[in-house]
Every structure is written in C-alpha cells, then in structure tokens.
Write a protein that binds this ligand. Structure first.
Ligand SMILES: [Fe+2]
Ligand SMILES: [Fe+2]
Length: 318
C-alpha cells in the first residue's frame, strides 16, 4: 500500500494534512508528532515517502531525515519548511538527506503532486530493482501516461534501437540491456511537471532547464536500483549530441557510449515520425530528410548509415 508518513509537531498541521487526504483512498497516511515517533513508525511500517517538518522541538527535521535515511534508505524523503528556511532545505537536498522540499504554508495541490511524484519514484526504484523486464516495460508505460502524446514511444524506440544494435553486431546481453534502456530512457520524466511535458507552446528558460534535468533524475533512479551501466548510460546520455552541444554532460563523438548514440537516433526519429504536443507528425520522407540534416551535428554518421535501411524496412513492414 502506498504509505506516506508525515512528521510534524503541530497537531493542527497534522489534522489539515489528514483532511486533505480524506478523499484519496489510494494513499495511506501515517502521522508522527516527533522525530523519535517517526523513527519508531519507520521501524515497523513499510513507508514509501516521509514528509518531515524542519523546525521541531527535540529532534530537528534534518537530524530526523538523516536517521530515517540510515534506517530505511529506500524511503523517499521530503522536507517541509517555512520559506525563511529555504537555504537549509537546499542544503538538505545537496547532502541528499531530502529529495524535495515543500514550503509552508503549503498549497494542497502542490504538496500532493510532490508526494505523488515521490511515491512514483519509490515504486520505480523498487520495480527496477526487481530484475523483471515485464515490470520495466509497465513502469515505462506508466511514466508515459504523464505525457499522453508519447504513447508507445518507449516501445517503438526500443524496436529501432534493438534493430540498430543488431546491425552494429553487439552481443545479445548488450542488446537486451539496450532494450531495457530504451524503454526507460525518459523515466526521469516522473520528476518533470505534467504541464511542462504537455506544453504546446514555447517553454521559458527555467522550464526548459527543468525538462532538461530528466536524464540526470532518471539515471539517479536507475543507479539507485542498481541497473546495468548500459541502461544508466542510455538514460543519462540520450540527449548528448555528436558535436558536443547536447545535455547534460556535453560529451562529443565516440566519448558518448555507443548505446546512447544508438538510442539518440531512435528517439529523434520516432519523435519526428509521430505526433507531439506542439506539432503533428512529419511524413516518412520528411522525417528522414530531417535526420540527414541533423546528422553532422547530432548523430554518429556510421550509425545513421546503418539506421536508414532499418527505418525503411520497419516502415514497409508497417
Ligand atoms: Fe529524453
Ligand atoms: Fe524520448
């Protein structure tokens, strides 16, 4: 059961959070009035997400979160703080004591969205740790639901990537990891607000920066779930460009792992060749033309040459 533990010394705050979650029968809420009480609950319950107040008598929020981390490293930790304490909250995030923070007084919708995201993160890490590929695919599809225009995207990307990896001559284990990485390449989108994923217009610089965090966020989750390096590389580097102008690391040429160079091609091609929130799909010929135009800057020329016949074949196979 999706369980959230709220730790706050003020009764009135615990009450209003409880009221706020009344209509949510998909979430079980637990409450603690102190850090110590919170730790006791963590001992005996499987808590997915813990939300802790910062300023409490006795054990402070930071100390509590650090102890919660030691006791249950998999539980996702959120810090609640008054606006004045924001530097403390950021510090807690940097020390990885907390995953996010919510400011007080909070906005109900925002708090719930942050908690939902944390629940999904917990579920994602648990599922990826399960080493079961049917679970990987269903998790990837779950993430896709946030962005309804990309339905089927991760599975199509996997189809193109696997075919390309076969053409390169990689071994079966490698290709299997590439399939999983393709499914999960955008799993970091669980941390991108839905409005940004589905935005039909131009994003501001700040918004763009948020969207561009998804490779980092996703790779962190995959790392925590101890996925193979090939999978992590795909999630982390699928937006790198051959000329070094991609993100998040600005790697260039063959210093980008080949699995990420493969998925980058499959990802862009599928994005062109299917409908997006901001435009309709291009037809096949125009999609290929754009891939050619992008080759020098974005892609590995050798891989593109192997990819073109694959795209052609998949198109005629329907
Ligand atoms: Fe992406
Ligand atoms: Fe993608």
């Amino acid at each position: 059961m999706r369980t959230v533990l709220f730790v706050d010394d003020e009764q009135s705050i615990r009450n209003s959070i409880e009221r706020m979650y009344l209509e949510r029968d998909d979430v079980r809420c637990l409450f603690a009035a102190s850090g110590q009480e919170g730790l006791d609950i963590l001992q005996r319950e499987e808590v997915w997400v813990v939300v802790s107040d910062y300023l409490m008598p006795g054990m402070r929020g930071i100390e509590f979160l650090a102890k919660a981390k030691a006791a249950r490293p998999e539980t996702v930790r959120i810090m609640m703080t008054a606006y004045a304490d924001i530097t403390v909250a950021i510090d807690a995030i940097n020390k990885s004591e907390a995953y996010r923070f919510v400011t007080k007084p909070w906005n109900n919708k925002e708090l719930m969205a942050t908690v939902d995201e944390a629940l999904m993160r917990y579920q994602l890490i648990q599922s990826l740790g399960a080493e079961d590929e049917t679970i990987y695919l269903s998790m990837a599809q779950n993430v896709e639901l946030k962005d309804h225009y990309t339905k089927g995207h991760c599975n199509r990307v996997a189809g193109y990537s696997v075919a390309l990896a076969q053409a390169v001559g990689l071994d079966d284990q490698y290709i299997n990891d590439i399939k999983h990485g393709s499914w999960l390449h955008d799993c970091g989108n669980i941390s991108v607000p839905e409005e940004l994923l589905n935005s039909p217009g131009n994003l501001s610089n700040d918004e763009l920066e948020t969207v561009q965090q998804h490779p980092l966020w996703g790779s962190e989750v995959a790392r925590q779930a101890r996925m193979p390096d090939t999978v992590i590389n795909i999630i982390l580097y699928h937006h790198e460009r051959f000329d070094g102008k991609g993100y998040p690391s600005g790697l260039a040429g063959e210093s980008i792992p080949i699995e990420a160079r493969i998925v980058a091609i499959a990802d862009v091609f599928d994005a062109l060749y299917s409908d997006r929130p901001y435009r309709k799909a291009y037809d096949y010929n125009r999609s290929i033309e754009i891939m050619h135009e992008m080759t020098e800057t974005h892609f590995d020329q050798k891989l593109i040459e192997l990819f073109l016949p694959i795209a052609e074949k998949m198109r005629s196979d329907g």
